[in-house]
Write a protein that binds this ligand. Structure first.
Ligand SMILES: [Zn+2]
Length: 383
């Protein structure tokens, strides 16, 4: 567990979206052809996917099956977490291995909003959060943040800019919640103490710090009544603590990944998109380390690629989302144990150089027809 109280905020970024997206019908033949260019042997490649359980991830899985000629191994847990304890079985199922990890985010082309997705099978074909897991994880943090936004007030006290903070937010001995970086908000006195100017029934009044006054402007303090700090409560002014069960790769794993970045996520204009990007970045880094150590992959060629699935809500007449993939990074493990990593721009360039023509792709309808017409095989039970 990182020291969440450290007086710095976690840097986020690096993930570019502009000019990086490709539709799955383009991405998948390119990925297949890239594998061939790396010496992967057609017919001996076992793809796997580490996707969320959401049905919106079905179309990418169908495209993997179509272009790789086999249904992909399931390497994923809800939220786009990689089940690293499945490396061994995956390695046994092919000579050349591909792992595609993606967090996902819905997109509504009408409103241009990230984070929602049309559920065609619901009564009114309404929208719901996507990725629902990320949405659920974010909600607790957003509620805590909203309470703080409403219960930290700016005003004046004896002609001095002051900040009025709810007592709950001042209790440092809580196990969970939003904790303020008080040194950024409150001015210390000559003895370097943060003593209240006044004590109210449910809150305390402090002198506002000079950086806070400079940041929000003196006029923010000069209203007749105390005003909530609102959106001026920035990501560098607080952090979160929460008791999350410490079980590796459980349903809590996503929250473990995100908690230290939550101040930036929930203050971002697109919190779910930022959460999905960060999860992809963390899962690539974490999984890469498990791959190079995994004995079952030794002596085999492995390509691991991470990115973000943008699930563009299906429009009238469409069964599936028009999913786009934004590559983030890839790692290639060679049979001799050596490995190389491609960063986002380089990875996109490599993929763009590949042909979108894949003569090996299968006709799924024809394959299903073959199975339908195949002679019945009786399953014999030993008595
Ligand atoms: Zn999801």
């Amino acid at each position: 567990m990182p020291d969440l109280t450290a007086n710095t905020i976690e840097p986020v970024g690096g993930f570019q979206m502009q000019g990086m997206m490709m539709r799955y019908n383009v991405f998948m033949p390119r990925l297949y052809n890239w594998c061939l260019s790396l010496g992967f042997e057609p017919g001996k490649i076992m793809p796997s996917r580490a996707f969320c359980s959401d049905e919106s991830q079905g179309y990418p899985i169908i495209m993997i099956a179509k272009h790789f000629g086999t249904f992909p191994f399931n390497h994923g847990r809800v939220g786009g977490i990689v089940a690293t304890d499945r490396h061994g079985p995956h390695a046994e199922h092919g000579e050349n291995l591909v792992i595609i990890q993606a967090s996902h985010i819905g997109y509504d082309p009408q409103t241009k909003n990230f984070g929602s997705y049309r559920r065609l099978q619901t009564a009114h074909q309404g929208f719901s959060p996507n990725c629902g897991k990320i949405y659920n994880v974010n909600t607790w943090y957003q509620d805590e943040y909203q309470f703080a936004q409403q219960n930290i007030l700016l005003h004046t006290y004896n002609g001095m800019e002051c900040i009025i903070i709810d007592n709950q937010l001042l209790h440092e001995d809580r196990d969970e919640g939003l904790f303020l970086r008080l040194n950024r908000l409150i001015q210390t006195n000559e003895e370097d103490q943060r003593l209240p100017l006044n004590i109210l029934s449910t809150a305390q009044v402090f002198a506002a710090s000079t950086p806070l006054v400079q940041k929000v402007g003196k006029q923010a303090f000069s209203h007749n009544k105390p005003q909530p700090i609102g959106t001026d409560l920035n990501a560098d002014m607080f952090y979160f603590k929460r008791n999350i069960l410490e079980i590796d790769e459980s349903s809590h794993h996503l929250e473990h990944n995100l908690i230290r970045y939550m101040p930036q996520i929930i203050t971002s204009p697109t919190p779910m998109l930022m959460a999905a990007q960060i999860n992809t970045q963390i899962e690539f880094d974490r999984t890469f380390r498990t791959l190079v150590k995994e004995k079952a992959y030794h002596g085999k060629k492995v390509l691991f690629i991470s990115g973000l699935n943008i699930d563009i809500s299906p429009q009238t007449g469409q069964l599936f989302p028009l999913t786009k993939f934004i590559p983030w990074a890839a790692s290639i493990l060679e049979q001799d144990g050596s490995f190389s990593t491609l960063e986002q721009r380089e990875l996109v360039q490599v993929l763009e150089q590949q042909s979108t023509d894949n003569p090996s792709q299968i006709d799924l309808e024809a394959a299903i027809q073959v199975m339908t017409e195949a002679e019945e095989i009786k399953v014999e039970l030993n008595s």
